[in-house]
Design a protein. Structure first.
Length: 76
């Protein structure tokens, strides 16, 4: 179950606290400690194309947009 479908159910279960509690117990996504799901872009929240080297923590698209602001120069 993805996080987005997990959050969609909250709208339907707001008025039923007992059912919502049971739903959360069995269907909540696992908290990640390592891997792709934990590393996200600080700008847009994307998990793909993550650049974590030197503490950049951006996806490749946001890095291209903000490279000069971060302090990188294009040599070619």
């Amino acid at each position: 179950m993805t996080v987005s479908s997990y959050k969609k159910m909250f709208k339907q279960l707001k008025s039923k606290p007992a059912i919502m509690e049971r739903y959360l117990k069995h269907n909540k996504p696992k908290e990640r400690v390592f891997g792709r799901g934990i590393k996200q872009c600080e700008e847009c929240g994307n998990t793909r194309g993550h650049i974590g080297k030197y503490g950049i923590n951006m996806c490749r698209k946001c890095f291209r947009d903000n490279a000069s602001r971060v302090g990188f120069k294009k040599y070619s």
